[in-house]
Design a protein around this ligand. Structure first.
Ligand code: FAD
Length: 321
């Protein structure tokens, strides 16, 4: 494993903004992951694990510490389920691209996770945020995974319960644990059912391509509300239900395709997606997001908070009150 210095992160995230990593290592195996963590611990460097960069905004100042990027190592492995007939487990490294895992499963007549087709990112990043698409949450399929404790260097396997999944949340957040590999439960099926599932995958991807911008964005910038949010009680009821979708409020403030700061703009396709038109800085994106927060606050009395992970900022750069 090679540890490099002063590596640009701009070409390693979907927003295509941000500064450099003070130290940077790509790891292909569990052993390399552990060596990178040892290096950071010995030198007292903080660690940031970078996936495909599809859900982050990196500060223009970059990241002071070690950025570790798991890259695809071995192919996924299929394991027989001892508990349930008709189901199998598929196990793969955290750096594996999630779409490639879906395709691998479909090629082996294993169904379930194709519901997440077209969501960019690695297995590690997907477990970290517990990716969702309509009613599906990744935790519905997750069986367990190996985690590395960055502080102690210990490595251990944990079943799904340990990960404490919620909507957009998992135990990997705000912790010193990083995911090394993961195991998912999938249904063993016939060629015919797989053919239908491949059609569904293609349909989901077509739908997404029409609905969302395809580059220079982190997907949804702000997160939807949940019952555990302080503002939940303040949310209005629309058509008999609490309006938890942040895009509803962002649509109402009329910023779609128009509000812009520097070269960062609110997508014309989706009010919750911010797009770098080519030359935006991360500061542009932050200032745009703050304006959006202020407009929602002025009209509705509460402030949306980001789903996008903000990396390398000395202070929290968005509005809290
Ligand atoms: C166009 C677009 C559409 C999107 N649509 C959706 C959608 O429909 N549903 C949805 O849920 N998300 C969506 N997203 C968000 C994004 O795809 C997911 O959050 C994805 O899982 C990010 O994975 P990543 O590998 O790129 O993680 P990164 O962006 O690189 O990292 C995100 C966070 O995960 C952490 N992380 C990464 N790997 C590990 C690891 N091995 N161990 C511990 N922590 C780790 C990072 O430290 C960081 O905090 C979309 C994004 C884009 C750009």
């Amino acid at each position: 494993m090679n540890i490099q210095q002063g590596v640009s992160l701009k070409d390693k995230n979907w927003f295509q903004t941000g500064g450099t990593a003070e130290h940077y290592a790509e790891v292909k195996s569990r052993e390399e992951f552990m060596s990178a963590a040892d290096f950071a611990r010995e030198n007292h460097y903080p660690v940031f694990v970078l996936g495909e960069g599809a859900n982050i905004l990196i500060s223009d100042e970059g990241y002071r510490g070690l950025v570790v990027r798991p890259v695809p190592g071995e192919s996924p492995e299929i394991l027989q389920s001892k508990q349930e007939s008709g189901y199998e487990y598929v196990e793969c490294m955290a750096g594996f691209q999630f779409q490639k895992l879906i395709d691998f499963c479909l090629d082996n007549n294993l169904l379930g996770i194709e519901e997440f087709s077209g969501i960019p990112g690695t297995v590690g990043g997907s477990v970290y945020i517990n990716i969702h698409y309509f009613e599906f949450l990744l935790s519905d399929f997750f069986v367990g995974g190996t985690v590395l404790d960055i502080e102690s260097g210990d490595i251990s396997f944990h079943e799904a319960g340990w990960f404490d999944f919620g909507y957009d949340t998992s135990k990997l957040q705000n912790s010193h644990y990083v995911l090394v590999d993961a195991k998912f439960r999938v249904k063993k099926t016939t060629d015919l059912e797989t053919a239908y599932a491949k059609g569904r995958r293609d349909e989901i991807m077509r739908h997404r391509a029409n609905r969302y911008p395809g580059s220079h964005t982190c997907g949804s910038f702000f997160r939807n509300f949940t019952e555990s949010d302080d503002v939940y009680e303040k949310l209005p009821v629309v058509n008999g239900r609490k309006m938890i979708y942040v895009a509803y409020y962002l649509d109402k403030i009329g910023v779609k395709g128009s509000l812009q700061v520097g070269d960062a703009i609110v997508s014309s396709r989706h009010a919750n997606m911010l797009v770098n038109q080519g030359n935006a800085t991360s500061e542009d994106v932050i200032n745009l997001a703050r304006e959006m927060q202020q407009l929602v606050k002025d009209q509705f009395g509460f402030i949306p908070q980001p789903e996008c992970q903000l990396i390398g900022f000395n202070e929290y750069p968005l509005l809290t009150s």
